[in-house]
Design a protein around this ligand. Sequence first.
Ligand code: SF4
Length: 279
Amino acid sequence: MREIPVDTIIAAVETLFIDANINLSRNVIDAIKEAIKKEESPAGKEVLRELIKNAETAKEERLPVCQDTGLAVTFIEIGQDVHVTGGDLSDAIAEGVRRAYRKGFLRKSCCHPFTRKNTGDNTPPIIHTKIVPGNTIKIIALPKGGGSENYGEVRMLTPAQGREGVKAFVLEMVKKGGPNPCPPVFVGVGIGGNLETSAQLSKEALMTPMGTRNRDPELAMLEIEMLDEINRTGIGPQGYGGSVTALDVHVEMLPCHIASLPVAVNIQCHAHRIKEVTL
Ligand code: SF4
């Protein structure tokens, strides 16, 4: 049994959230650069160039890529041969988030749902855990802004609605969001499982590396078709019109109940901030 002290986890979470908010990943920047070549509208092209400039300035001046530094979403893969020592894993993740948002001067966006009173330190974080083989802990930090998260939804389709029903729902959600989730967006789609697993799958789908297609050829085709349809909506970069509304679409799927077809859509903005480390 390998031991990992909570202090190591706290430090890792702190670094990840500061880094995620300041340094947009290379593959996101490359996807936006690639989109400049594909975008047909001059206004759309200009917006994409501004997004690149914004990301570069943030990195140079160590400022957040966006003022909305998000709720602190974490995915933790815990090796079954790991023993966390010196404290509680959830507390350690929360402490890492607390330190990151304080030290990095990141906006605290977490509040009471009714009174809207800010919790003051961007905690509690959202923690998804998975037990996996091995003796390491993988931590993924995904600060998620409110503008894009607001256009996510879970819908229980009827089984008869099938594949076409899924496509129609995804397109409906992208059109409903229009310019509000700060396009060009990334779209995560979770199909199957039940109500809550479809939502989780949709967020996991957002973590798929850009440009890669689903290992199932049928789902890969579904991703390509949805990306094409979304990019024909004309919403364009930041809603100024154009041919690049989404940079990518990813699907995750699980078997579901014979009476159900749960589908979840999770939209991510161009500021797709995601960083990971394995301890
Ligand atoms: S949707 Fe994204 S880019 Fe737009 S304000 Fe929110 S975090 Fe920032």
